[in-house]
Design a protein around this ligand. Sequence first.
Ligand code: FE2
Ligand code: FE2
Length: 165
Amino acid sequence: MADPKSPASNSEISRDRLAELLNEDLSREYQAIISYVVYSQVLSGAQYMDIAAQLELHAKQELDHALILSRQIDYLGKMPAVTPKPVRTSKNAKEMLRFDLDNENETVRNYRDRIPQCEALGEYAMAEQIRQILMQEQDHQIDLAQALGEEVPDVGGGPRRRTPR
Ligand SMILES: [Fe+2]
Ligand SMILES: [Fe+2]
């Protein structure tokens, strides 16, 4: 049996706790919608035109994610959250992209945890929906890392955590 204190163990997760965690995810999606709506429009300079168009697409995908999560939270018998996580702003294009990449990294880490948590409760369809979202979040990470001229960061989480120590 896994150590119940280890983050890898989802044996003690309840439906209520899962709903709480999904509400945290939803607040992160709202944050992402707001930052992509704003950043996609204020990014200026010829070198940022491609990424600005991509960010506009991200904004729409984040709205889809928020809708999916709200539906799952309602299905778990809870009220979806209405508050975004704080949105950081900057006049500097590189800094804006950096904030977005940081947020996407955090989002990916969380969804990688969420999938086994859903599965631990037998919520396989929910796990599948979050997998679909995770695929898009990883694309967002790649878009941002490329725009910054960086490697996609290894954010860990997911399967790595299940490696026996
Ligand atoms: Fe999202
Ligand atoms: Fe995203």
